[in-house]
Design a protein around this ligand. Structure first.
Ligand code: PGA
Length: 240
């Protein structure tokens, strides 16, 4: 099955880049390539109003209640969000989000008709001990594997470090993740790569058969760099 590439911009705890909401913004979605942006909660309304396809960087698994500082999945959907990140490694490490918590968030997101991008990936230590596949398999095994779910393989050692997984390392893990999916989802589920994606490495990663796009952090804050990554994806897609 033909999987439409998806390039997602994770702005993390940063304001929207200059020109993000302009007519010729590189963050606008495209007929050949889906483009999603993940601003802070405060910037969600402006990004939605500007007509971008928007997601939140996290959401709580409960619909409402005594959860100071949190926002629920139905609230995000009602505000006009299309997607939500679940289990980003910075949330797992900095906010104690376990596999079970991430799975509960993904279930809540699907129930709210959001398209969750669930992040998985191993640490440098896991890889040094050759445990990367076991760790990722455990992260995936908890998840509700339904058709609206999108997965992102983000090796923790490659996030914000400038160290990208080689295209071969990334493809090996993407193919492994795909093999873990139920047979009826295997060819349709998009699996993104994330971790120091930049214009210089986008093409060789995207040429791999099981890499369906990117979750871009640092480079997504630079509109010119992000545009270049998007143009690479469009060029590859339209040359097929
Ligand atoms: P990075 O971040 O591109 O800055 O490595 C990716 C991510 O955290 O999603």
């Amino acid at each position: 099955m033909d999987r439409k590439p998806l390039i997602a911009a994770n702005w993390k705890m940063n304001s929207a880049p200059a020109g993000a909401y302009s007519e010729d913004s590189p963050y606008r979605t495209h007929s050949a390539v889906d483009i999603y942006v993940f601003p802070t909660f405060l910037d969600l309304p402006a990004a939605i109003h500007a007509g971008l396809i928007v997601g939140a960087q996290c959401g709580h698994s409960e619909a409402s209640g005594a959860h100071t500082g949190d926002v629920s999945m139905p609230m995000l959907a009602a505000a006009g969000c299309h997607s939500v990140l679940c289990g980003h490694s910075e949330r797992r490490a900095g906010h104690g989000e376990t596999n079970e918590i991430v799975a509960a968030q993904a279930i809540a997101a699907l129930e709210a008709k959001l398209h969750p991008i669930v992040c998985v990936g191993e640490t440098a230590q896991d890889r040094d001990h050759k445990k990367e596949k076991g760790i990722v398999e455990k992260q995936i095994s908890c998840l509700p594997l339904e058709s609206n779910i999108i997965l992102a393989y983000e090796p923790v050692w490659a996030i914000g470090t400038g160290k990208t997984a080689s295209p071969e390392q990334a493809e090996e893990m993407h193919a492994f993740i795909r093999s873990l999916l139920p047979a009826d989802m295997r060819s349709s589920t998009r699996i993104l790569y994330g971790g120091s994606v930049k214009p210089a490495n986008a093409e060789e990663l995207l040429r791999k058969p099981d890499i369906d796009g990117f979750l871009v952090g640092g480079a997504s804050l630079d509109p010119a760099a992000f545009r270049s990554i998007v143009m690479t994806a469009i060029a590859l897609k339209t040359s097929l």
